[in-house]
Design a protein around this ligand. Structure first.
Ligand SMILES: C[S@@+](CC[C@H](N)C(=O)[O-])C[C@H]1O[C@@H](n2cnc3c(N)ncnc32)[C@H](O)[C@@H]1O
Length: 339
């Protein structure tokens, strides 16, 4: 095992990718750390290659620091939980609805799926920034299961994603901003709560062509999404796309109508992470801690308060960070108000 001494002195620091590969040999759940946790910063249209690399390096450091704890949690979560211990609830669409999503999910700790795919890493950068793909070995493990299984999302996108619910969460109004996702039952760490196919993917150039291919209902659902209100120089379609899309690599960003309703919380306050099944073009959301019923489920868009304002147009209200001051806000340029 390669080791180097950290600049700070005492703690020996291991080569990040090597250590993660070795840990992944041991516990499947740690692919959270490699594939998602360090890079789940919702980097819609990230423009700075160097900034991305720096961020990923910082996040890798962060994940390495977390490893012992993550390992023990993964081992705990790896204990199998019978399916019937996960209560089933139904949202406004009711049992049997095409939006029920019951078949999409597995109980936490399910040992049912042993997969060897390594294609699940989240990616960043329409601008071609590093993908963050896991390039080390992945081995099938019993226990904590985060790879996509055979579950199928109901055919067709939800016509009313702002009222979507499944047995794990529901979308409803949030005190953070607009709509958000809320746990509809107590959720354990490592629970897969959503597997959602993309509505479409595009880049800056193909956005309008791809949008035109959508059904009228899907176009309307897209247009009801929140638009960054302070981006100057973008029309509303582009602004909605920039505010809600997830970078999926190769210069493309994708829209997921339900996943886009998850608000941001700064680490460690967020309680959900996301990753991609590139082959099936789906996003997969999984809890990163135990969550009480009724709690808002949040992902992390990034770590820069200035970027939240400039890229997504908001001053973070998650409560886990110091919000931008009035002076800092004044330095950032306001633009067209789309809302
Ligand atoms: C991808 S959307 C999230 C869902 C959105 N709330 C909705 O109603 O569809 C991103 C937008 O949600 C809002 N938002 C998300 N997280 C926030 C937070 N922590 N504090 C304030 N606003 C937030 C911002 O307006 C941001 O541009």
């Amino acid at each position: 095992m390669q080791e180097s001494t950290s600049r700070e002195g005492s703690r020996p620091r291991r080569s990040g990718s090597l250590l993660l590969s070795q840990m992944l040999d041991t516990v499947d759940g740690l692919s959270f750390v490699k594939n998602c946790e360090p890079i789940d910063h919702l980097p819609h249209f990230r423009l700075s290659l160097n900034a991305d690399r720096k961020l990923e390096e910082e996040q890798l450091e962060e994940s390495l620091a977390l490893l012992p704890d993550e390992l023990s949690r993964a081992q705990i979560a790896a204990r199998e939980v019978p399916v019937d211990q996960v209560p089933k609830t139904h949202g406004p669409d009711g049992p049997g609805s095409s939006l029920d999503g019951a078949s999409d999910y597995e109980p936490r700790g399910s040992a049912s799926g042993q997969t060897s795919s390594s294609n699940g890493g989240s990616t960043s950068g329409v601008s071609g920034a590093p993908t963050g793909e896991f390039d080390g070995p992945v081995h099938p493990h019993p226990g904590l299961h985060i790879e996509p299984g055979d579950e199928e999302y109901p055919p067709g996108p939800p016509s009313s994603p702002e009222h979507y619910s499944n047995r794990f969460f529901e979308i409803r109004k949030s005190s953070l901003a607009g709509y958000g996702a809320f746990a509809s039952q107590d959720l354990g760490w490592g629970q897969k709560i959503l597997v959602e196919p993309e509505l479409f993917r595009a880049d800056h150039v193909s956005l309008y062509d791809e949008f035109d291919k959508l059904t009228e209902g899907s176009q309307q659902a897209f247009e009801r999404m929140t638009a960054h209100s302070k981006q100057s120089g973008f029309d509303k379609t582009t602004s909605i796309f920039r505010t809600n899309s997830f970078n999926v690599g190769e210069g493309q960003a994708a829209i997921y109508l339900v996943a886009a309703r998850f608000n941001h919380a700064c680490r460690p306050r967020n309680n959900v992470m996301y990753r991609f099944d590139h082959e099936k073009r789906r996003i997969i959301l999984t809890t990163t801690k135990d969550v009480d019923a009724g709690t808002e489920l949040t992902i992390t868009y990034g770590s820069s308060r200035e970027e939240f304002y400039a890229q997504w147009g908001f001053v973070c209200k998650c409560g886990g960070c110091v919000p931008l001051s009035d002076e800092e806000i004044a330095r950032l340029t306001p633009g067209t108000d789309w809302n």
